[in-house]
Write a protein that binds this ligand. Structure first.
Ligand SMILES: Cc1cc2nc3c(=O)[nH]c(=O)nc-3n(C[C@H](O)[C@H](O)[C@H](O)COP(=O)(O)O)c2cc1C
Length: 174
C-alpha cells in the first residue's frame, strides 16, 4: 500500500505517552506540515501556538476544564508535555474549516514520523476566557482569533486499535 495512505489509515489518537520530550526536529517537521494545510482562498488564517513550558501547560490544562464549567480535577492532556494550539482568525470566511484541516495535517504528520497525537477540544472556550485572551496578548498575538483545537504530542506508550467503520459510510449517485 502507498505509505501516505497507510499512514492515514493507521493514525490513531494517543492518550498515553512516554516521558521523552518531543524532539525539536520532529516538532519542526509536524509544524511544517501544518503550515501547508489548504485554506479557503489561500488566506492562511491559521496560527499555531507551541506550548512546552510547564507554566503555560498548566494554564491550558486548567482552562480546558474550568472554561466549560468543570472542576480542574483531571489532566485532559493525558500527561502530554507538548501542545500545539491551533487558532484561526474569524475574519476569514473559512477559518473553522481551515483550522480543522491544519489539525488534521498535524496529527497525520505526527503519525508519519512516529509521534503520537490527539485532538483535545475546548480550545475555543479556553481562549474566550480572560486568562486565555491575556496569554495571546502577552505573546503579541492580535486579531479575532478563535481556538480551534489543542494538538497534544508525545511518543506513544499505547497502540490503540481503530473502531470498525460504520456501514453506509459511502454513497454513490449511480
Ligand atoms: C473535533 C474533535 C475533538 C476531539 N476532542 C477530544 C477530546 O477532547 N479528548 C479526547 O481524548 N479525544 C478527543 N478527540 C479524539 C477522538 O475521540 C478520536 O479522534 C476518535 O475517538 C477516533 O479515534 P482515532 O483518532 O484513534 O481514529 C477529538 C477528535 C476530534 C476530531
Amino acid at each position: 500500500m502507498n505509505s501516505a495512505i497507510e499512514n492515514l489509515l493507521t493514525r490513531r489518537s494517543i492518550r498515553k505517552y512516554t516521558d521523552e520530550k518531543v524532539r525539536k526536529e520532529d516538532l519542526d517537521t509536524i509544524l511544517e506540515a501544518g503550515k501547508y494545510a489548504p485554506s479557503g482562498s489561500g488566506k492562511q488564517p491559521v496560527i499555531m501556538l507551541v506550548v512546552q513550558d510547564e507554566e503555560t501547560l498548566e494554564l491550558l490544562r486548567r482552562l480546558n476544564c474550568t472554561s466549560v464549567g468543570n472542576e480542574y480535577t483531571r489532566d485532559n492532556f493525558y500527561g502530554a508535555k507538548t501542545v500545539i494550539v491551533v487558532l484561526a482568525d474569524r475574519s476569514s470566511r473559512t477559518y473553522l474549516y481551515d483550522g480543522a484541516l491544519t489539525m488534521g495535517n498535524l496529527m497525520n504528520a505526527a503519525a508519519a514520523i512516529g509521534v503520537g497525537s490527539c485532538w483535545i477540544h475546548r480550545a475555543r472556550e479556553t481562549f474566550e476566557t480572560d486568562e486565555g485572551k491575556a496569554l495571546l496578548k502577552k505573546l503579541g498575538i492580535e486579531g479575532d482569533y478563535e481556538g480551534i483545537g489543542n494538538c497534544i504530542l508525545g511518543y506513544p506508550a499505547e497502540t490503540p486499535v481503530p473502531k470498525p467503520r460504520k456501514e453506509n459510510f459511502v454513497y454513490y449517485s449511480k
